[in-house]
Design a protein around this ligand. Structure first.
Ligand code: NAP
Length: 233
């Protein structure tokens, strides 16, 4: 039987791809949204892909938000960018604005549409980050964007007590975004060596681990905080 329907942004790699694969395997329907799809969605009868650059307001409005035929409809606002890694005074305005648009404005608009348009049982998740609470030199846009997402989730959860709304902190996950972090210039990024060391010592979490934790949360009846770490559930 159909377990429900997931609408996941950013399914071409990393956490979104692992979640699309795991949820198709677990019996959910998946609508992937992003610039590129993934094999699991393309090859599965319950998989669907809608191409959209989430920084394009017209594309955001065109995403088909349809409810699950049975079970919950679940929105996963996952697509994101690390944004410019540079000293704040040197950051290009366009790069900063792009980061805020993709990481903050797009999930806010998609969530508003989802809450208006989807009837029945629904859940909303945001891929948050420890960077929301931990200042990292050179990452001003990213840290600010994830702090905004956490606080947005807190407010929306308060406004909609009947809807499960959460932002999850996945830890350091072995995805292309971590590769971008390791390959960035260390001039403005004092903590870079910690990220390189964590990778070299095998400390990164695999995206499949995050996906399995989320699948547990979707069906769990246990109360958890609005902002939670996937390693704690
Ligand atoms: N990896 C970590 O350690 C970590 C830690 C905390 C939080 N996160 C968060 O986890 C989320 C997923 O990141 P990831 O680590 O899995 O990295 P990733 O593999 O780089 O995934 C990013 C996803 O976002 C999509 N995307 C990027 N720009 C887009 C755009 N303009 N329009 C639509 N989709 C776009 C990418 O797909 P296309 O390029 O095909 O569009 C890709 O599927 C992000 O929100 C990130 O901030 C990651």
């Amino acid at each position: 039987m159909l377990r429900g329907r997931l609408i996941i942004t950013g399914v071409s790699s990393g956490i979104g791809k692992a979640l699309a694969e795991a949820s198709l395997e677990a019996g959910y329907e998946v609508l992937g949204v992003g610039r590129r799809s993934c094999d699991a969605i393309e090859s599965h009868a319950r998989g669907q892909f809608f191409q959209a650059d989430l920084t394009d307001p017209k594309a955001l409005e065109a995403i088909p938000l349809l409810p699950a035929a049975s079970g919950p409809t679940i929105l996963i606002n996952n697509a994101g960018t690390i944004g410019p890694i540079a000293s704040t005074a040197e950051v290009e305005h366009e790069e900063m604005a792009y980061c805020m648009h993709l990481n903050v404005v797009a999930p806010m608009r998609l969530t508003a549409r989802f809450l208006q348009e989807i009837e029945g049982e629904k859940q909303v998740y945001f891929t948050g980050s420890g960077a929301a609470n931990y200042p990292i030199e050179g990452w001003a846009a990213y840290c600010a964007s994830k702090a905004a997402v956490h606080q947005y989730a807190e407010v929306v959860a308060k406004e909609h007590p009947g809807v499960r709304i959460h932002a999850f902190r996945p830890g350091k996950v072995d995805t292309p975004m971590q590769a971008v972090i390791r390959e960035s210039s260390s001039t403005a990024f004092a903590d870079k060596s910690h990220f390189v060391e964590a990778f070299e010592q095998g400390e990164l979490v695999q995206p499949q681990f995050v996906a399995q934790k989320l699948l547990k949360v979707f069906v769990s009846k246990t109360e958890i905080p609005v902002i939670f770490s996937t390693s704690n559930v």
